[in-house]
Design a protein around this ligand. Sequence first.
Ligand code: NAP
Length: 353
Amino acid sequence: MTFDKTKPVLVTGGNGYVASWLVKYLLEDGIDVHATVRDPANKKKVGHLEAIAADAPGTLTLYAADLFDENAFDEPMQGCEVVFHTASPFVISGIKDAQAELVDPALKGTENVLQAVERVKSVKRVVLTSSVVAIYGDAADMADAGIDAFTEAHWNTTSSVDHQPYNYSKVRAERRAWQINEKQDRWQLVTINPGFVLGPSLTQASASTSLATMKQFADGTLKMGAPELYFGVVDVRDVALAHIKAGFTPDASGRHITNSETLSMLEMGEALRGEFGERYPFPTRELPKALLWVAGPFQGLARKFVARNVGYPLAFDNSYTKRDLDMEFRPARATVVEHFQQMLDDGVVRRRG
Ligand code: NAP
């Protein structure tokens, strides 16, 4: 299958942390981008995209679309061969109603976008921003499965609306997308399954947990120590590039673990201390699991989360993605350092010393 790059593409949630880089690269490549956002008039949320578009050969058209609106995606999809569906809440703390705040928008949003794809016959390929958390739910799943690393063959079967609801929202949405895709043969589905995305942000208005987590390295949250948690880390610019390759590579297919390497929170702190010194409250040790088990619930960490994630190593096999999408990944420590530098440069974090 080949794609005509003179036709527009659709990016849902175009103002998000990840999608902003995707829109930037598409525009710089001369591709016309139709981007849906919740509020195109909100300059805080879309101003950075308009500034990028002003200097790029591709044109940007913004459309208003909420994931719950069944008919909002038809108009922006007109004439598109490739649809990038990135919009989905990535919020972990402060959730009161996980079904309404996470699962419904992920699942209904995916259904609404794909039902529009069914109606708009120009579409040939959909790239869905899924996640490694559609592959596993808790770090303990790896030991339970008796494997050394997760691959694209694995699915998250351990999350629910009550336990790891964000992970549950992502696996429900991805499974639904494959179900809808399998019923027809006009359009192909390719998924990008990133690990924990870090790296410089083009927007300060995103609610992404990626940005909130990096801020914790500066605000003193981790001063007394970090939980022994491991993340498959990937640079936001590599995630954007992987989407573009998944969109336009003729034979790209299937799911793609989009990760560079696994780092613990302490290793991230050590990388930051190596670059920025002792001036910031980077963690210097790991907190005992027993302490987290006792104190966790008071800090938003459920006991079951602590029990099944703290102290369990994680590993991912990214070889299929490297092959299928011809990808190389930036080293994770450099990504963490560049992210912190961007926060200093943009005044998100106050410079010390
Ligand atoms: P983000 O900056 O918060 O982006 C989320 C986007 O979804 C925003 O554009 C947001 O719009 C939109 N959205 C949320 N609820 C919506 C609704 N009801 N209707 C319409 N749009 C809605 O977070 P991100 O980190 O870039 O995440 C983007 C995608 O990557 C998500 O699918 C996420 O699950 C996936 N992902 C992220 C990571 C990571 O580590 N960051 C890892 C794996 C996968 P508003 O700006 O209006 O809120």
